[in-house]
Design a protein around this ligand. Sequence first.
Ligand SMILES: *[C@@H]1O[C@H](CO)[C@@H](O)[C@H](O)[C@H]1NC(C)=O
Ligand SMILES: *[C@@H]1O[C@H](CO)[C@@H](O)[C@H](O)[C@H]1NC(C)=O
Ligand SMILES: *[C@@H]1O[C@H](CO)[C@@H](O)[C@H](O)[C@H]1NC(C)=O
Length: 307
Amino acid sequence: MRFSIFLLIFTSCILGVSGKSKLSKSLRIQATNVPVVVWHGMGDSCCNPLSMGAVKKLIEETVPGIYVKNLMLGDNVVADMEHGFFANMNDLVDEACQQIQKDPQLQGGYHAVGFSQGGLFVRALAQRCSNPPVKNLISIGGPHQGIFGLPYCIGDTVICDSIRHLLDWGAYIGLVQNHVVQAQYWHDPLNESAYQKKNIFLSDVNNEVTLNATYKANLLRLKNFLLVLFSDDEMVVPKESTWFGYYKPGTVSEVLPMNQTDLFLQDKIGIKKLYESNRLHFLTVKGRHLQISREVLVNEVINKYLK
Ligand SMILES: *[C@@H]1O[C@H](CO)[C@@H](O)[C@H](O)[C@H]1NC(C)=O
Ligand SMILES: *[C@@H]1O[C@H](CO)[C@@H](O)[C@H](O)[C@H]1NC(C)=O
Ligand SMILES: *[C@@H]1O[C@H](CO)[C@@H](O)[C@H](O)[C@H]1NC(C)=O
């Protein structure tokens, strides 16, 4: 399949990466830095120098001596990117967990950063894979309550169109649900029961059907959980999903803020407790999906949560 155009367009919007960094020239190496694991978004791959490669570099420049691991799922970069579209997320979270458990540098725990759908996946990781533990969890535009609509799929590519068609055709049909990543966080507010019954990933991670106490206990071990929302997000619909808000069940005309959703009110996964203990943080970034500048990334994310 023709991924290259897609990759270029998608990644070029992420960061203005070409400028030379004027960041800290401090050479002081802090051996005590908590390492960082990064999970990329849809259409991206672990090692693209224009996107996650640049993020890794930026973190390394800002926090000298820090260990940053970009997750690569699959045997190579192309497989890694394909897995952003076609995979069973439960398997990928398992695979990520195994990679992390095998990495000697991560054994004392780590901070996890997820971009776009990666923001949801790092939360699943924190909930399901507690050893080693995640300390600070950072979600940059992650669809925590799912999405309903894929109105802006990057570029006019074969792959985007086919995913849109597949989701229109039936996100909850087994064939689609089990293989298309976006279907696994497709949340139809007009048919919550279909979502709860048929979804194989998000409804489980959000404890909507059965309540897995381990998920909640693990999330409550976090020191901090940062949720970044983009003011003009056109990928995550509704954008409030990145802050745990969602359409009021049965409608697409009203979006409930986090604190009016069942997820929060019944504290199904612990976000209410995290909120009440001042460990849940919200950041609005002006711009479209993943349009975050180096300055904001350094000042609001890296300096505050990765040091
Ligand atoms: C709850 O989640 C943990 C961690 O993923 C898992 O080991 C356990 O089997 C789950 N329990 C139930 C009842 O699903
Ligand atoms: C919800 O989806 C189920 C199939 O999973 C279907 O039987 C039912 O009619 C749908 N309900 C509505 C209101 O669309
Ligand atoms: C719910 O959150 C909104 C902001 O999203 C806030 O204005 C409101 O006061 C909160 N309500 C409660 C009951 O905490």
